[in-house]
Design a protein around this ligand. Structure first.
Ligand code: LLP
Length: 687
């Protein structure tokens, strides 16, 4: 059942007319019905409710964030097959403990990402993969939960391209080798076998193959039991078919009954049942709407040439799949026999063959049952941007993925791509010099810093690869002058490198500025900690023209002030105040900064101690004035507070731009600065 029905000869998605959607969003577009999606979820949940179970929706069927969010809110788990799908489900708010990672080709970095995210289980498909997961889990001190995906060598009557349970397919581990693999897993220190899995194919229309596969897996569970290996769950994959045309698939209730009955009869001990359905949940939640551009009559047939093609919906071209095609507006005109084809330069670019439809150029048609493997398999072939996606709920239509523009298509090929990052109120533009060598020029940097002629930023960070996980970076102020180290910038650089897979995020990242190397470690997706070096309190290091003391007194504009001084790679004077809000940051800051006792000027921090682990800080930066945040200033203030016994490490430093956590436990060792960085914009500049 779905919510795409005619009212007065016009097709509706729930309570919204598809014609109106097309007017507003154009074609081709996918239109989904939220009530249909929610209904399917409830029906499948209901069908299995008698038995402890977990339904992990197969994201590959349709990974749109809005649909994933709806499912996550309904309590769905997710079956993923790539780091990209992992990012999608996490973004949608999935519970990591309901994520299963399937697929034959998990890369090292995908395994790492999944371990960091703390997913529930890896469905493993080969011995080398088992070994790889063990190694990676061990290297980061984690235990990975795994389930062996069994290849039961069962034929499911479906298209050969989507059959996965035959011994000749690349999927799973042959049933005869499964026992040995579990024994290996037992030997490996960083693995824990928690389940067993199996997925025999997709668009399966009979119950028998599922039942046979289940029996095969249950027999294996029995054999494992004899070896003293006990599991918690059994994952029977997805694969239940839907009706595209005249097929008559089993209902979800019949499917659930068949599986639960056999499970009850043959399971040697109680097991939670996991499922990975994709198609059955989303297929008929979606239609693809296209416009008839031309009718082209040839000697042999009439072609209706649409503005959608195989790039939007691959299934007909790839599997010769049949999808019903209906008009958006029914008319009284005569029906004609047409092949519906797209604009793509391939003869396989058809969406329907020999269909009787009353259509004219300019009319809109809807291709049905495309919610699964429709948009998710679409491509940009022929430089076609991918279609828009619209979600309808009752009388409301919402754009959930805008149509891809020409600019979207060009961006990855533009030579001068930049990323804008934000870390604690400072904004940074990052230029990768390995990719943009021609931008390494002062006049170019000045132009880029101007918001009328360029992008605008506090600082430009130019980076260049030195070695694995080692990069050189230079910091430019907006006026083209070069700056020294910047801890906030280091986090932004590290985020850029992690986002673009230019470093191994599990290892320390080394960033060389001038003659100093900062070490950065990733704590979580957007959180990093930076080695800021050891504070030096000697006056000659600051430099400060005074004899060494803990505190220095100075008269500025007729008033006495007391400050501490240190070098954090750059000079800092720190003043303790009682009322930070009303501190004379501008006047006292400037006077101290320019005082003759500081031959190279100084940054001036005004700090108010809040408690043993917290202080608030405002900084007057040398040459700039008061700023939203100064990373080295935060380290300097925390170091003084710790030295004087006002605070203990770690110290939370509240700055106008946000918060940093400073760690300094050994007076002879480095100060570590922890905080976030975020990517706010990606674009490109002219060369
Ligand atoms: N679990 C695993 C390990 C899978 O490989 C698949 C689908 C599923 C679950 C979900 O299967 P479903 O419930 O959706 O049948 N592109 C093809 C379908 C490919 C299916 C790939 N694997 C199509 O358009 O028909």
């Amino acid at each position: 059942m779905d919510h795409f029905v005619y009212k007065d000869n016009t097709l509706y998605a729930e309570e919204v007319s598809v014609s109106e959607i097309v007017q507003q969003y154009g074609t081709p577009c996918y239109v989904y019905s939220q009530q249909t999606l929610e209904r399917h979820w409830r029906v499948i949940e209901e069908a299995f409710k008698k038995h402890p179970h977990r339904i992990c929706y197969a994201v590959k069927a349709n990974g749109n964030l809005s649909l994933l969010k709806i499912l996550a809110n309904l309590g769905a788990g997710f079956d993923i097959v790539s780091g990209g799908e992992l990012a999608r489900v996490l973004e949608a708010g999935a519970d990591p403990q309901k994520i299963v990672f399937s697929g034959v080709g998990k890369t090292e970095s995908e395994i790492r990402q999944a371990l960091i995210a703390n997913i529930a289980v890896f469905n493993v498909e080969s011995l080398p993969e088992v070994e790889r997961i063990n190694e990676i889990a061990q290297s980061i001190g984690q235990i990975a939960s795994v389930a062996v995906r069994v290849n039961p060598d069962i034929k499911a009557d479906t298209h050969p391209y989507i059959s996965t349970g035959l011994a000749s397919n690349k999927f799973g581990i042959n049933k005869n080798e499964v026992l040995a693999v579990y024994k290996t897993i037992q030997q490996l220190p960083a693995l824990k076998a928690v389940g067993i899995a199996c997925h025999i194919g997709s668009q399966i229309l009979e119950l028998t193959p599922f039942e046979e596969a289940l029996t095969c897996v249950l027999q294996l569970i029995q054999s494992l039991k004899k070896e003293g290996i006990f599991l918690e769950h059994l994952d029977i994959g997805g694969g239940l078919g839907v009706c595209y045309d005249t097929e008559n698939p089993p209902t979800l209730t019949a499917y659930a009954d068949a599986i639960l009955t056999r499970l009850k009869q043959e399971a040697p001990y109680p097991l939670t049942l996991w499922l990975e359905p994709g198609r059955v949940i989303v297929a008929n939640t979606g239609i693809l709407v296209a416009k008839v551009e031309y009718l082209k009559e040839t000697e042999s047939k009439t072609f209706a040439i649409l503005d959608a093609g195989m790039t939007d919906l691959m299934r007909p071209a790839l599997y010769d799949a049949h999808h019903k095609i209906i008009p958006v507006k029914k008319t009284q005109q005569k029906e004609i026999l047409v092949d519906l084809v797209g604009p793509v330069c391939e003869s396989s670019d058809f969406l329907g063959k020999s269909r009787l439809l009353a259509i004219q150029p300019g009319d809109f048609i809807a291709i049905r049952t495309v919610g699964a493997y429709g948009f998710s398999m679409s491509s940009q072939y022929n430089a076609r941007g991918r279609a828009a996606e619209i979600l309808v709920y009752k009388n409301k239509a919402t754009l959930i993925r805008r149509r891809e523009t020409v600019q979207d298509l060009l961006l990855p090929e533009k030579p001068h791509a930049f990323v804008k990052m934000q870390a604690l109120g400072n904004d940074f533009v990052l230029l990768d010099l390995d990719e943009n060598p021609s931008l390494w020029r002062e006049e170019k940097i000045k132009k880029l810093s101007n918001r009328y002629t360029g992008i605008g930023f506090d600082q430009l960070l130019a980076i260049r690869k030195h070695d694995a996980n080692q990069f050189e970076y230079r910091i430019y102020n907006a006026d083209g002058t070069e700056a020294e180290q910047c801890g906030n910038g280091a986090r932004a650089v590290a985020l850029y490198l992690c986002m673009n897979s230019k470093v191994d995020p599990m290892q320390a990242i080394y960033l060389k500025t001038g003659n100093r190397v900062s070490t950065v470690k990733r704590l979580s997706e957007y959180r990093f900690t930076v080695d800021m070096g050891c504070p030096n309190f000697l006056p000659e290091a600051v430099p400060l023209n005074r004899a060494a003391q803990t505190h220095y007194d100075i008269v500025l504009k007729g008033e006495m002030h007391r400050f501490s001084a240190l070098s954090m790679g750059n000079p800092h004077a720190i003043l303790k105040v009682q009322d930070l809000e009303n501190a004379s940051v501008a006047t006292v800051g400037q006077a101290l900064c320019l005082h003759a006792d500081f031959p190279r000027q100084t940054n001036v921090g005004f700090m108010q101690i809040l408690n043993m682990h917290q202080l608030a800080l405002r900084v007057y930066e040398r040459g700039v004035g008061e700023t939203l945040a100064c990373g080295s200033g935060a380290c300097a203030a925390a170091a003084i507070a710790i030295r004087d016994g006002d605070c203990h490490s770690p110290v939370k430093v509240q700055l106008p731009g946000g918060e940093l956590v400073i760690h300094w436990s050994d007076p002879k060792a480095s100060v570590w600065m922890e905080g976030e960085a975020h990517c706010v914009y990606q674009g490109w500049v002219d060369g």
